[in-house]
Design a protein around this ligand. Structure first.
Ligand code: DAH
Length: 367
């Protein structure tokens, strides 16, 4: 009887204290006091061993009942207090999303990204889709299929970064040296007619004020029936007028050589010298003007069309390629290419674009 009262008193006292505990730490201290190694209920449990079987069957359920009641109370109180702590924290750290920002959003869009968006917008308006290809290429797509066989001097001119191992088909692996392999991938994978641009990163082992080991190109490819140099010239003229946002763009197509085009032309635009800067526009032959090379282009070589699995008697086309970084420098007046990749916040702040400056033909291509 005496023992019974003890258990009841102990239980009632513990439950009252658990109820009054006001931090999770206080609850934990009570748990140790009641159920820890030398806890009060633990001590009671230990007395069971010395009892006669009769005593044990009478006392056992009471002691275990006490332990269960206290354990349940501890768990419940702990959860309650933890919820309260969390709610308090949530209330204290709440952010009112309806308040005006005390700082405008920072960060800016890199000129290269901006120019790529501008180009995609301009060419989308002419019905071109954007195509992509891998930056880790094999030498068949990067060279062979583009009519640059192994012995071709152009391979040496590209300063290629090679990987030590060939792929499963025995093709040498490399970092693509230009975006032209996307021409091949698009022709192999798609059904003509084809009208694509392919912007992206390219790599060459080269580094000075105007060359970085990684830079950006954009490729254009049109494959259809009855395509002529006239289509090429109109497309480039329309593109450059939209890009530089002026109507007085004058092009000069200079005969040139690329293995993957025949005939090939390098495209110059006229510029005039204004306050020590070259401003695109006008004929390069006028007084005080000059010509600046901006693009490589030509009619896709029949061998290239054939390598990509199409019949060159049925399909013709033109292609062009140019450096995106250089286009950005020309349009926005930067003079050192290396600064593009330094990640200098002051440069990015000065030359970067707001995330809200999305180029659209209706709203204006540049910011
Ligand atoms: N792939 C050439 C380069 O990296 C650029 C180029 C020239 C691309 C003429 C073309 C083209 O598509 O027709 O120098």
């Amino acid at each position: 009887m005496d023992e019974m009262t003890n258990i009841e008193t102990l239980q009632a006292g513990l439950l009252a204290e658990i109820d009054a505990a006001d931090t999770p730490e206080a609850v934990e201290a009570l748990r140790v006091r009641a159920l820890g190694k030398s806890g009060e209920i633990t001590a009671l449990l230990k007395t069971l061993g010395a009892m006669t079987p009769e005593q044990r069957s009478a006392e056992g359920p009471k002691i275990h009942g006490c332990r269960e009641a206290v354990t349940a109370a501890l768990t419940a109180r702990k959860a309650q207090l933890e919820t309260a702590v969390l709610n308090q924290k949530l209330a204290a750290e709440a952010v009112d999303m309806s308040l005006p920002a005390d700082m405008p959003p920072s960060g800016s869009v890199h000129p290269v990204s901006q120019v790529m968006d501008e180009l995609a917008e301009i060419f989308a308006d002419m019905g071109f889709a954007v195509a992509t290809g891998p930056e880790i290429e094999d030498d068949w797509h990067n060279f062979t299929a583009l009519n640059i066989p192994e012995t071709h001097p152009a391979r040496a001119m590209h300063d290629t970064f090679y990987f030590p191992d060939a792929d499963a088909e025995g093709r040498a692996m490399l970092l693509r040296t230009h975006t032209s392999p996307v021409q091949i991938r698009t022709m192999v994978g798609g059904n003509p007619p084809i009208r694509i641009i392919a912007p992206g990163r390219v790599y060459r082992s080269d580094s000075d004020a105007t060359h970085t080991p990684m830079f950006h190109q954009i490729e254009g490819l049109v494959i259809d029936k009855g395509i002529t140099l006239g289509h090429l010239k109109w497309t480039l003229e329309t593109f450059l007028k939209a890009f530089f946002e002026r109507d007085d763009i004058v092009l000069r197509l200079r005969p040139s050589y690329f293995p993957f085009t025949e005939p090939s032309a390098e495209v110059d635009v006229g510029y005039k010298q204004e306050k020590g800067r070259r401003v695109i526009g006008g004929s390069g032959d006028d007084e005080g003007h000059g010509w600046m090379e901006v693009l490589g282009s030509g009619m896709v070589h029949p061998k290239v069309i054939e390598a990509a699995g199409l019949d060159p008697d049925e399909w013709q086309g033109f292609a062009f390629g140019t450096g995106v970084d250089r286009l950005a420098m020309l349009k926005y007046g930067m003079d050192d290419l290396r600064a593009f990749f330094d990640g200098d916040l002051r440069w990015l702040k000065h030359y970067g674009f707001s995330a809200l400056d999305i180029p659209t033909l209706s709203g204006g291509i540049s910011a």
